[in-house]
Write a protein that binds this ligand. Sequence first.
Ligand SMILES: Cc1ncc(COP(=O)(O)O)c(C=O)c1O
Length: 353
Amino acid sequence: MLDVTVATATRRQFASDNYAGICPEAFASIVEANQGHEVSYGNDTWTEKASNLIRDIFETNCEVFFVFNGTSANSLSLASLCQSYHSILCHELAHVEVAECGAPEFFANGTKVLLLSGEHAKIDPQTIARAVNKRSDIHYPKPRALSLTQATELGTLYSLDELREIAEMARRFHLRVHMDGARFANAIAALGVAPKEVTWQAGVDVLCFGGTKNGIPVGEAVVFFNAEAAREFDYRCKQGGQLASKMRFLSAPWVGMLQDGAWLRHGAHANAMAKRLESGMRGVPHVQVAHPVQTNAVFARLSDTLVQGMYRRGWKFYTHVGAADEARLMCSWDTTSGDVDAFAADLKELATS
Ligand SMILES: Cc1ncc(COP(=O)(O)O)c(C=O)c1O
């Protein structure tokens, strides 16, 4: 017999913001959407409402598509910016490069991903110029797209000025700009700017707007600010297995998230929990915070003894995302100060025993 107490007693963890469940606002919309019949394949009222809310939030007439996950959102949107003989420039730690199993190259029919560098997972604009100017002959995969992640894979942020500098560089070299916004809500909550400022006004052609890590059960919104790039994207989604027949269940949670600002509240809460965790960890012997804590991630250098000790105490977290000695601790919409304090207390106890 199923022991339901196991699930309810499971401790909230810091391994991934995907560990969290569905937030109440998204859940309520799904329940509400589960009434009667609706037209399938995206021609339903929920999808229309969610798309319009996204247009309101970005204050522009963008084109919106709902897909199942971030890998498909990134891969299909990048494919729409490139031909197979082009290349996509991104940071060497970008999800597109290290965590999508080659899907961007696959869906773009072989477009090559070229790697850039920069501190704290942020692209150094000079590396864009170097990558583009490296070769201009016909034998080199012609750079055509630039992909950047906001917030980055290390939880850091591009400021508005940094974004503008990168976009300016992209414009100079005729690169289209893709933004992986798996944690876009955390970024906007932290920066406190209007979403349009870090996207279309800064020169972003397409944004993969993350819902899953923000509290939605499943799904990301691909938001095209460049209408030409969105041409026939619906066919690309269908061919890529990303056209949901019961689309209303992908789009309805967005209505719950966006209609009264829950997306920003949850983003800000997760960010605040990461800040609390950072202060709880600072000063603990043998622990060093490795990157600026600007959104919902804390990256810290921990000795292997400490890592193993925390694992033995039942904590789960990743050690494969940043440098080899860095642990990644992610906070979610439902992380509590109690969770944070319990983690920090265990770490302190182990480090001083
Ligand atoms: C920066 C970034 N982009 C995209 C994704 C989305 O990936 P998935 O295909 O697992 O939804 C993630 C998830 O970890 C991520 O961290």
